[in-house]
Design a protein around this ligand. Structure first.
Ligand SMILES: [Zn+2]
Ligand SMILES: [Zn+2]
Length: 347
């Protein structure tokens, strides 16, 4: 089958690789319909290996070359013994592999497994025609949703977990910093979760427009424009990962409020502990998602239309153009005109 494999930084190759074969007990084989390109894929391309292992992964034993891609929707082709999934049914893949026995796994925090692996990083991913994965990872669509929309389940599940961790209450005022795919998903999950008012901050005009069309009560281009009314927000969500944002967020958050860290920070920063303490703020981090709590919820929100995936998708391209028109675009200035780029690995 055809697959896009990471060999090293700036070295992604479209190759003919061995078919994943028949699923074993508890596994499912999925024909990939759509796979989204994530910022993580772009970072592995420009600066990797970051999460891609350099020595045999402790759970999967795998090393590069690695098939990338982790935002997958596809059709069930065949199932191994003990698997109850409808053949031909549309599924989204949660993506985490975990050991099931470590301290985190015993607490059902499988996203924090001491040996966690992930499709597209330490296990063959979705920029390929087919995958064999643990069946618990495959969450069936609950409606006639289109496969391209369902491919947004992974980023949406990040938003679901984040707002679950922040314990969003009905009526609360929320600021969302960064209106990429995750920020726009946080906006929609916060709305469906009963937020009273949501303000979105992003320097890119087209993203602010999408945020407005998805129900943001206000959009601004810069954080300091929000700072005119400091201390107003119950929750400030950082989807940007910029190391300057947490301190700026402390100004915006009401005393006793929460700062929710979702964006991946490429560089360490310095925290303003004094403000954190004097305002008795909670600093909450959220990473990834758990298949039954967060991912299944994201699939239901998408299938019921409470999250609208359509405005989050900017491009749909075939596998042979995934690097030139997908990853290269997101690594360069073309990024400003792109949201989620979806790749179709099959015909
Ligand atoms: Zn991702
Ligand atoms: Zn574990």
């Amino acid at each position: 089958m055809r697959a896009l494999r990471w060999h090293g930084p700036r070295d992604l190759r479209l190759e003919d690789v061995e078919d994943p074969g028949a699923p074993g007990p508890g596994e499912v084989r999925v024909a990939v319909e759509w796979c989204g390109i994530c910022g993580t894929d772009v970072e592995e391309y420009t600066d990797g290996p970051l999460v891609i292992p350099t020595k045999p992964h402790p759970l999967t034993g795998l090393t590069p070359p690695m098939i990338i891609g982790h935002e997958v929707s596809g059709r069930v082709e065949t199932v191994g013994s003990g698997v109850d999934l409808e053949l031909g049914g549309l599924v989204a893949l949660d993506g985490y592999l975990y050991c099931g026995t470590c301290r985190a796994c015993r607490r059902h925090q499988v996203n924090l497994c001491e040996r966690w692996a992930h499709i597209g990083m330490s296990y063959p991913g979705g920029l390929a025609e087919r995958m064999v994965v643990p069946a618990a990872m495959a969450i069936p669509a609950a409606s006639g949703i289109a496969g391209d929309h369902l491919a947004l389940a992974e980023p949406c599940s990040v938003a679901v977990r984040a707002l679950r961790r922040a314990e969003l209450q009905p009526g609360e005022r929320v600021a969302v910093i960064g209106a990429g795919t995750i920020g726009l998903a946080v906006l929609q999950v916060a709305r469906t979760g009963g937020a009273g008012e949501i303000v979105v901050v992003d320097p890119i005009a087209s993203r602010r427009e999408v945020a407005g069309s998805l129900g943001a009560d206000a959009v601004v281009d810069r954080l300091d424009r929000l700072a005119a009314e400091p201390g107003d927000f119950d929750i400030v969500v950082d989807c940007s990962g910029a190391s300057s944002v947490p301190n700026a967020a402390m100004e915006l958050t009401r005393p006793g409020g929460r700062i929710l860290l979702v964006g991946f920070p490429p560089h360490p920063g310095t925290l303003d502990y004094k403000t954190l303490l004097l305002k008795e703020l909670s600093l909450i981090a959220s990473v990834g998602h758990v298949y039954d709590e967060d991912f299944a919820t994201a699939v239901r929100l998408l299938c019921s239309g409470r999250i609208d995936a359509a405005p989050l998708i900017s491009h749909r391209i075939p596998l042979e153009r995934a690097v030139s028109e997908g990853i290269e675009r997101l690594a360069g200035p073309g990024r400003a005109q792109a949201l989620k780029i979806l790749v179709r690995p099959g015909d």
